[in-house]
Design a binder for this molecule. Structure first.
Ligand SMILES: C[S@@+](CC[C@H](N)C(=O)[O-])C[C@H]1O[C@@H](n2cnc3c(N)ncnc32)[C@H](O)[C@@H]1O
Length: 267
């Protein structure tokens, strides 16, 4: 399958084991599902050695993700080796922005870079509001869909050379995209390079306080899955700590409809 070029550098830590394999298809406190509803591949296996930061970019090309983007529907999950599943909200990503997204759009200033834009619902809404906006995503299928619908999007990793480096007034890491690369410190440092000196980054954080690096696969819950890649999930407190170390300072935190967001400004 044709892929974007990706960078593959940097370290990655091993996943935390939090699943209770005795509880089937049960939502955990942070929005994951403890155990697959359907697993035709036997008991959970030990994860292979974790890939490097950026390596995960390729695995978002996995067929289950492409298929879900084609139909605009799940089910789709990020699946950990022990059976834990994080549902992915493909339907929401393929729909117009919702009420929570609107609070993000309202905080965007100037030129906006949407990192991990998927099919580009936020890119479309920002363009309609008159922002210069670019979406980037490593999924060729996501970018093709975005471009087909008239959205400005590039098939590129956030760790690749990008247009406007050092000049973006606003960066977006929405829908859990702080997880990209599995190393939030590296991603926030990269975001700082991309941002203008007074630029901001708007980040969606997890529903609970966690600071987790995991190795996952894209999984359709019916036996179809991609290859393992690093991902991260951060609650607000962990984001603020990582952000501070990467040269970002907190501007605002807010919640809408169960989703949480933080605005950071380049320090
Ligand atoms: C959780 S989904 C977010 C969906 C998206 N915001 C939307 O509206 O559809 C993560 C997205 O990040 C993309 N991605 C993963 N690694 C990336 C990287 N290194 N650079 C840019 N995008 C990446 C994936 O292809 C996927 O579309």
């Amino acid at each position: 399958m044709e892929q974007c070029a990706v960078d593959a550098s940097g370290p990655f830590s091993t996943p935390r084991q939090t699943a209770d394999p005795g509880r089937a298809a049960l939502l955990d406190a942070s929005g994951g599902v403890l155990r697959a509803p359907v697993d035709r591949r036997g008991p959970a296996r030990t994860e292979p050695a974790a890939p490097a930061v950026g390596a995960g970019a390729r695995e978002w090309h996995a067929d289950p993700y492409a298929a879900a983007l084609r139909t605009g529907r799940g089910p789709l999950f990020l699946r950990r080796g022990d059976g834990w599943l994080l549902p992915l909200e493909v339907e929401r990503w393929c729909a117009p922005p919702d009420e929570a997204d609107a609070t993000v759009l309202a905080r965007c200033r100037g030129g906006v870079l949407d990192v991990g834009c998927g099919p580009g619902r936020l890119v479309a809404a920002l363009a309609a509001r008159g922002h210069p906006v670019l979406g980037i995503d490593v999924s060729r299928h996501a970018v093709e869909r975005a471009v087909r619908e008239g959205r400005a999007a590039l098939c590129r990793s956030v760790f690749d050379p990008l247009p406007g480096t050092g000049r973006w007034a606003t960066l977006l890491l929405i829908d859990g995209n702080i997880g990209i690369g599995g190393d939030p410190a590296a991603l926030l440092a990269r975001a700082r390079e991309l941002a203008a000196p007074d630029g901001t980054v708007l980040v969606e954080t997890a529903g609970t306080e966690l600071d987790e690096r995991v190795v996952v696969r894209v999984d359709d819950g019916r036996g179809g899955h991609g290859t393992p890649f690093p991902w991260a999930r951060l609650g607000t407190r962990a984001l603020l700590a990582h952000g501070g170390r990467a040269g970002w300072r907190a501007v605002e935190q807010w919640r809408v409809g169960g989703r949480r967001f933080v605005q950071l400004r380049r320090g």
